[in-house]
Design a binder for this molecule. Structure first.
Ligand code: MF3
Ligand code: CO
Ligand code: CO
Length: 258
């Protein structure tokens, strides 16, 4: 398998790229309000990436995607396409997923946003999916395997009554958005590729309230839950370090959580 190990100078640059993406997700908090369209959110993200941070919005032009972020509302699992017609309303939950390229390296991160007052079940899936991401990250260290990550993520989801989507997964990330290996959100302890210092990949579990089954919409991008129930996802770009991990896209508001 062709897994690229990052050099020390690439890692220095990657920290900067990761922090740009992290700051943008934090900035977006103030913009995710009742009445905003997902198109407006994509344009705000694009403007920040390009003009404030002098970086590249690498989702634009990836395959045939046209926006700086994916916006996945309520029953949308991932890859929701921003739209002027999609206006956020009170109680919605939305995932915003951005990629930022700078110094030739791509960081890829997403979080959930709660619009106004959401139901307790909407808040719960947001909370548990974030915990699943952290459970996966805690497994990252040289010598552990991809199976250890998947096992930990899946266990935390199912013990809280959620299913894990299987059609999409985390991935190596670097010069390209999607590199090897695939990082599955289920697995067996001790199985799969061994983690090595200098690897960079995402962990990005998608949890469904009901069935794990996915339905694709006609735009060939938007993946929704087959049963119409809620879905939630969080994503970080992770570096394997000598003794563990570094979350390249860590946001300041998370430091107390992990
Ligand atoms: N950010 C997504 C991921 O986590 C991929 C976006 S696809 C794109 O892998 F086309 F929008 F770039
Ligand atoms: Co992403
Ligand atoms: Co990703």
């Amino acid at each position: 398998m062709n897994v690229k190990i990052k050099t020390q100078s690439e890692i220095e640059n990657y920290r900067e790229t990761g922090q740009i993406a992290a700051e943008i997700l934090t900035t977006l908090i103030d913009h995710v309000v009742v009445g905003v369209s997902t198109y407006e959110l994509a344009k705000i993200a694009e403007d920040l990436i390009v003009n404030k941070y002098d970086a590249i919005a690498s989702c634009i032009g990836q395959y045939d995607f046209e926006y700086a972020l994916c916006s996945s509302v309520n029953n949308v699992i991932c890859h929701g396409v921003p739209s002027k017609q999609e206006i956020l309303k009170d109680g919605d939950i939305v995932n915003l997923d951005i990629t930022v390229k700078k110094h030739g390296l791509i960081s890829d991160t997403s979080r959930m946003y709660i619009v106004g007052n959401a139901s307790s079940k909407a808040k719960d899936i947001c909370k548990i999916s974030q915990e699943c991401l952290y459970k996966g990250i805690e497994q990252v260290k040289p010598g552990n395997t991809l199976g250890d990550i998947g096992f930990a993520v899946h266990k935390h989801a199912t013990r809280n009554g959620y299913s894990i989507v299987r059609e999409f997964c985390g991935h190596g990330v670097g010069a390209e958005m999607h590199e090897e290996p695939q990082v599955l959100h289920w697995g067996k302890k001790g199985k799969g590729m061994k983690l090595v210092e200098g690897m960079t990949f995402t962990i990005e579990p998608m949890l469904n309230e009901g069935s794990r089954k996915v339905k694709m919409l006609e735009d060939d991008w938007t993946a929704v839950t087959e049963d119409g129930k809620l879905s939630a996802q969080w994503e970080h770009t992770i570096l394997v370090t000598k003794n563990g991990y570094e979350i390249l896209t860590l946001r300041k508001e998370e430091i107390s959580k992990i």
